[in-house]
Design a protein around this ligand. Structure first.
Ligand code: 4AD
Ligand code: MG
Length: 477
């Protein structure tokens, strides 16, 4: 007999059918009722045992965390809390779990504790829910782009280019660090390294995606990216996943439309497909926030917040408009911001972004036309010669979730921007070729996948939305 998944049993409710179910014991009550989870849903299936039929030695081994397999009949449940249950005819212990030693007891554990045992936290309701939702989001993203005729491009993980300037990079080398070869000037001789040059882990797949877009029109990447910035915050990881679409024959407005459509598509998908997990996480958040003062609690329950971000058109305004609002704002005048905004041109910090989204507009915000000096070299210069056609999308509770721009497609302007940023032309010939041969207006953006998952799950620490987080001082598992 083939094993049935608990999600399918609860969905189809095949009353009277013989079934084989496998899973891990959550709780065992009265030597009779076993709550079993197989991770296919947040819900457990109740196994009902007739203790006179089952060996005492087996009963003793039905402990929290043990893996079991049972055959029996699906019946309508007598008890409350579940629709159907399995009346066990035959049960087998697949893997014991010593209840004295098993770290996950059937009680509430802190997120910090669970982070230390990330190898086991998949087994909790919270993390089971988070990772099922993470999967649903990844699937929905591919579905969204596929529906629109985009081609998925796999950009390289190891790269010899360091021009993006998006952050500090992790070096990749096979040189013997105890005995590095040097050249005549005494510097490390990377010609002797594996690739014959210095290489790094990628910080972004954008530049390669641009090459794809200038042939295939609409492409996207979805892969891991790495940044060695020493930011020990609840919104930064050293290894995170990014979705980077790139569209040809498009400007910054097409780019914003695409981003807003994509975010709404994925939120709608999760609302439709992950109700049980969302309901659980919403309740978890409400419980957690009970301990917080009123003004620090989320203004809406999780699902209401998601619905709100579906219904509202995102506010679109320029950086200049945002600076005016921020300079006039109470926290700026009263110097309540950690970084007080003194003038046009200053970079926006997370506290400013969140003020605009949560206090001022009370909805997601798209900021465009940033000062050229605080943005990347490849962003298209606006006619004012002061700003570039950049766009950032800011979300409640998170701040920046997407960064993107229209790209500088004019060779002469791009070359002069590269000079401003001290980017050597010879390293970028391959990129510049797209501007030499058949250049065209194009645009793109990057969505930080984990930041988005934080938003959808209501989790407040980015380390809790990726299975095995990497951050300064930590690369466990
Ligand atoms: O704004 P960023 O640096 O933009 C780029 O990398 C562009 N190449 C994207 C593009 O236009 N194709 O990063 C994009 C997004 C940010 O908005 C943020 O959501 C996320 O990536 N991000 C991080 N997420 C987690 N940990 C970090 N250290 C992150 N740095 C950026
Ligand atoms: Mg950014």
């Amino acid at each position: 007999m083939k094993r049935s998944r608990i999600a399918d049993i609860l969905q189809s409710q095949p009353i009277g059918s013989e079934s084989k179910i496998c899973g891990w014991v959550r709780t065992f009550r009265n030597n009779q009722f076993v709550a079993v989870s197989d991770g296919s849903t947040i819900k457990t299936l109740q196994f009902v045992i007739d203790r006179d039929q089952i060996d005492d030695a087996i009963l003793k081994r039905i402990t929290t965390g043990a893996a079991i397999q049972a055959k029996g009949k699906i019946v309508e449940s007598q008890g409350r809390g579940q629709s159907v249950e399995l009346v066990v005819e035959e049960i087998k212990i697949l893997g014991d779990s010593d209840p004295e030693k098993y770290p996950l007891q059937p009680k509430r554990h802190s997120l910090e504790f669970l982070r230390d045992i990330a190898h086991l936290r998949f087994r909790t309701n919270t993390f089971g829910g988070i990772f099922r939702i993470r999967h649903a989001c990844a699937f929905a993203i591919h579905e969204f782009f596929n529906n629109r005729g985009f081609t998925y491009i796999h950009s390289p993980i190891v790269t010899g280019s360091d021009a993006e300037g998006a952050g500090e990079m992790f070096q990749v080398t096979t040189l013997d660090l105890k005995d590095t070869p040097t050249d005549d000037s005494g510097a490390v001789d990377f010609k002797k390294d594996f690739f014959g040059k210095a290489t790094n882990l990628t910080v972004s797949g954008q530049l390669e995606a641009e090459l794809g877009a200038l042939a295939l029109s609409d492409v996207y990447t979805f892969g891991p990216t790495f940044r060695a910035e020493n930011s020990n915050t609840s919104r930064h990881l050293a290894e995170f996943w990014m979705i980077e679409p790139e569209i040809a024959f498009a400007d910054i407005h097409d780019d914003m439309d695409l981003a807003e459509d994509m975010l709404k598509y994925v939120i709608r998908y999760v609302m439709e497909h992950c109700q049980d997990d969302l309901e659980f996480l919403e309740q978890r958040l409400l419980n957690e926030e009970k301990q917080k003062p009123q003004n620090e609690r989320s203004p809406m329950p999780l699902r209401e917040k998601l619905q709100f971000c579906l219904d509202e058109a995102y506010e679109r305004l320029t950086y200049t408009g945002a600076i005016e609002i921020l300079m006039r704002s109470k926290p700026n005048k009263k110097k309540k911001f950690q970084f007080v905004i003194e003038e046009w041109g200053s970079d926006l910090q997370s506290e400013h972004e969140r003020y605009l989204v949560e206090k001022y507009f009370k909805k997601p915000v798209i900021l465009i036309d940033y000062p050229k000096d605080i943005k990347a070299f490849y962003m298209r210069m606006n006619e004012d010669d002061k700003t570039v056609a950049a766009m950032d999308i800011l979300f409640p509770g998170i701040g920046e979730i997407i960064g993107g721009s229209q790209r500088e497609e004019r060779l002469d302007v791009l070359l002069s921007r590269m000079k401003d940023f001290d980017i050597p032309e010879h390293e970028m010939e391959w990129f510049l070729d797209t501007r030499r041969f058949g250049t065209c207006p194009h645009a793109g953006f990057g969505l930080g996948f984990e930041r988005f998952i934080m938003f959808v799950t209501g989790m407040s620490n980015i380390r809790d939305v990726i299975p095995f987080p990497r951050f300064p001082g930590s690369a466990e598992f």
